[in-house]
Design a protein around this ligand. Structure first.
Ligand code: GAL
Length: 331
């Protein structure tokens, strides 16, 4: 057997082992989850970049005392923005701490990424043309009146990322968000807009650094947020939550034949006990593993002590177009 076939076989075997480990050793949701240094993983509202055989996990750093922002009509519990963390892993089970990927600004209170601001739901994609890693992230004021989306870049996956700016795509508000990169290299922002009443999807420029004018409105007046998009067998899927702050509610799956196509709501993909609260969690990302197998990443927020919020990662399967997320509490 020649060397390249042996290499391909080795890659295939190790990816199968990693996938088997990942689907069989999902996180014990009630436990705190530790990195290679024995510290608790601090990566909320997370997203995962898969690059060159390594998974990179990015999430909000929530550290310090939770406070309630005064004079809000809703429970605006906050911690100072800690920036975005990065962890890497080959098997999705053991995670190495890579450091702070996007550091918050501690001195300039006018900066988008000052610790007094909101820096949430980071998602990173790789741009093959520019060879840059591009992070998009929800940027807001602590009363959520700013409703912008920020962009940062790096030449290496784990960062550090350089913050460029924030925008409102086509002048539209952007709060809870995600990014989706299609197989053809086109990438899209998906975000809650119009006072969280309606979601929008906006195509990104070829360098992924700015929104284009091409955008659509979806799930009109449905008050959806926490978007997580994935693709399988030519169909596009979007899981969202209802807007209820840090409190959990039922996820809804929507399906379309193209990213910019007609999105149709299909109901709750969660099955079994506690499906009505998404197993007491809120969607943040869906990670593709291999054919029809995905991992659903979600946050179990602890609103009065946000630093102590937990994660659940559950198997998501698609059989004949039927998407199911089942609770699995195991080691
Ligand atoms: C949720 C949102 C979180 C965070 C929170 C603040 O609705 O999904 O990411 O922004 O509101 O209350």
């Amino acid at each position: 057997m020649n060397r390249s076939i042996i290499n391909i076989l080795c890659c295939l075997i190790s990816s199968l082992i990693a996938t088997a480990q990942a689907t069989n050793n999902l996180l014990p949701p009630f436990e705190k989850w530790k990195d290679d240094k024995g510290n608790f993983i601090n990566a909320h509202g997370a997203g995962v970049l898969s690059y060159n055989g390594t998974y990179y996990l990015f999430g909000e750093i929530k550290k310090g005392k939770t406070h309630l922002v005064p004079n809000q009509s809703w429970e605006d519990y906050r911690v100072d923005a800690g920036g975005i963390s990065c962890y890497s892993s080959k098997d999705l089970v053991h995670w190495k701490y890579e450091g702070i990927a996007l550091a918050p600004n501690k001195t300039d209170s006018t900066s988008d990424i000052h610790i007094s601001k909101v820096i949430e739901r980071p998602k990173v994609i790789y741009n093959k043309r520019t060879k840059q890693f591009v992070m998009w992230v929800h940027i807001d004021k602590e009363d959520y009146s700013y409703a912008h989306i920020g962009v940062a870049v790096s030449n290496s996956p784990a960062g550090p990322y350089k913050y460029l700016q924030s925008v409102q795509p086509n002048g539209q508000q952007s709060r809870d968000m995600t990014v989706f990169k299609d197989d053809n290299g086109k990438a899209y922002l998906i975000y809650s807009s119009e006072n969280n009443n309606t979601m929008q999807i906006c195509e990104l420029s070829n360098d992924y650094l700015s929104p284009t004018k091409n955008y659509i409105r979806i799930l009109e007046n449905q008050r959806r947020e926490a978007p997580a998009m994935f693709k399988h067998d030519g169909k596009y899927y979007l899981i969202t939550s209802l807007c209820s702050g840090w409190d959990p509610n039922a996820a809804i799956l929507s399906v379309a034949d193209s990213v910019m196509g007609n999105w149709v709501q299909r109901g709750n993909p969660c099955v079994g006990k506690d499906a009505a609260t998404t197993f007491n969690s809120q969607s943040s990302f869906v990670l593709p593993l291999n054919k029809g197998k995905f991992i659903f990443l979600a946050d179990r927020w602890n609103k009065t002590n946000l630093e102590d919020s937990r994660y659940i990662w559950l198997p998501l399967t698609i059989n004949n177009g039927n998407v199911e997320i089942k609770y699995k509490d195991e080691k």
